[in-house]
Design a protein around this ligand. Structure first.
Ligand code: CDM
Ligand code: ATP
Length: 274
């Protein structure tokens, strides 16, 4: 059985307060994007090991046990004693990009196992499992435009459609640590609530929809801010860093030609439709 875990972008991201547990409360809108990994599982009842992981495409650091798809399998195996499986993961979503690639793989693995082994878990139950694997994971269970608060795990659906808009995502060859990005933030409540900002026409977002991480990440990695400026130069209606970086996206009017530019050596780029 095969599935295609997709990426997300953040439309606005306010870090509102630091919590006693060290995490931060935030507000953001998650929006799914059709940049996808591929994830396949096959049951191997006779296998000696519970799982084997075969990876292709972009490399991910860490041992198989640290891969979020394996963590997702072991989480459900603890409860439901699943058959051994072979996992094939093709990585196309860059890591350390703020695109939620690892989180998406984990959530899609839970959904895949639920279907494959007929566990009959509801979306609510899957979200609870997903939330234990990472801050962004639960979003990918329902995978629809969502306003998120808390540590990024309390959801309310929003009616927002960017259908027809085009997206260009650029990830320069720069690694931003999410943990460090949070550590450099001075939390505050936004002047213009993201929930309200998102209701305004897209051509007004430039002034009112802000990702708080840009202020702390751009000075350390100027190339990321330069890409954002270039996306506006080239006609983006809205441009922003996603999550804690290092990727930046631009939204472009339906039908316009997306820019071709030299985004720097080893930069990753993706063009698609929302
Ligand atoms: C910034 C976002 O990308 C917004 O979409 C996410 O909140 C980050 O999610 P993520 O990469 O899945 O983050 P995790 O792997 O769960 O956490 C990495 C580290 O970021 C910090 N962290 C994360 C989420 C949060 N709400 N507050 C935090 O302070 C913690 O130090 C944590 O140890
Ligand atoms: N299946 C996986 N795909 C990608 N990264 C994984 C996976 N499993 C574990 N990881 C680890 O998770 C870390 C972050 O990966 P991820 O792709 O979620 O990045 P991100 O861009 O920081 O996402 P986010 O938007 O959640 O901040 C990487 O350092 C990687 O070692």
């Amino acid at each position: 059985m095969i599935t295609f875990p997709n990426a997300k972008i953040n439309l606005g991201l306010s870090i509102t307060e630091k919590r006693p547990d060290g995490y931060h409360n935030l507000e953001t809108v998650f929006y799914p994007v059709a940049l996808e990994d591929a994830l396949e599982i096959r049951t191997c009842p006779q296998a000696d090991n519970k799982f084997s992981l075969h990876q292709y495409g972009m490399e991910i650091s860490g041992n198989p046990e640290e891969n979020l798809v394996v963590k997702a399998y072991l989480l459900l195996d603890k409860e439901f004693h699943l058959s051994p499986i072979e996992i094939h993961l093709y990585k196309h979503i860059p890591s350390g990009a703020g695109l939620g690639g690892g989180s998406s793989d984990a959530a899609f693995m839970l959904k895949l196992l639920n279907e494959h082994f007929q566990l009959n878990l509801s979306d609510d139950q899957l979200e609870v499992y997903a939330a234990t694997l990472g801050a962004d994971c639960a979003f990918f269970i329902r995978n629809a435009p969502t306003f998120a608060e808390g540590i990024g795990n309390i959801f309310s659906p929003i009616s927002l459609s960017l259908k027809g808009y085009q997206i260009l995502i650029i990830k320069p060859d720069v690694f931003v640590s999410t943990r460090e990005a949070f550590a450099n933030i001075h939390p505050h409540h936004p002047e213009y609530s993201i929930k309200e900002a998102i209701k305004r026409p897209i051509n007004e977002w430039k002034e009112i929809l802000i990702n708080d991480f840009e202020n702390s990440v751009f000075p350390q990695h100027p190339v990321i801010g330069e890409i954002k400026a270039e996306l506006y130069n080239q006609g983006a209606v809205y441009a922003s860093m996603s999550g804690s970086g290092s990727s930046v996206y631009g939204l472009f009017e339906p039908g316009c030609t997306l820019p071709e530019a030299d985004w720097g050596s080893n930069a990753f780029s993706y063009k698609g439709k929302l």
